[in-house]
Write a new protein. Structure first.
Length: 155
């Protein structure tokens, strides 16, 4: 592994510890919002990040958390570039991210019309509201266990 590859691997490891402020069990890598990582000639980093949607209230906090984590790890400069095209899609959430969402009680995004309850696994669920605990989730209820749950919206 050359020095550049080692630096990128180290950066990815650090980013795997930076949580999404709205869904703290997901890292920014799990969420799929990190578009690229490049080392700069001065030993710093250039990170491309895509917000989950235009106007996401967590975007500024995510960028600040990324910058802080990398600077605390010894990178002298961190440039964060917001990339809007192509727009982020929930398809970019990693398989590990899907597992973490289910374990946290949130139904991950799928193409299925009806979500599966993350608590009991039943598909006998209903939409209660298009608006859940955050703008990127909708509120559902399971008819089998009677528990409400959020479903991450497909974007």
């Amino acid at each position: 592994m050359n020095a550049a590859t080692a630096g990128i691997a180290r950066t990815r490891q650090i980013l795997s510890t930076v949580p999404d402020p709205e869904i703290p069990v997901l890292s920014v890598l799990d969420l799929g919002i990190i578009r690229s990582i490049e080392e700069t000639p001065d030993g710093g980093l250039r990170i491309e990040v895509s917000p989950t949607y235009s106007g996401c209230p967590a975007t500024a906090m995510i960028e600040a958390d990324i910058r802080t984590a990398l600077q605390n790890a010894g990178f002298p400069s961190v440039q964060i570039v917001e990339v809007l095209s192509p727009p982020w899609t929930s398809e970019w959430i990693s398989a590990e991210g899907h597992r973490k969402l289910r374990d946290y009680g949130i139904s991950p995004p799928t193409a299925a019309a009806t979500p599966v309850c993350p608590r009991c696994g039943s598909a006998d669920t209903e939409l209660i509201s298009e608006f859940g605990s955050t703008p990127c989730k909708a509120l559902h209820r399971c008819h089998a266990c009677l528990e409400p749950f959020d479903r991450f919206k497909c974007i």
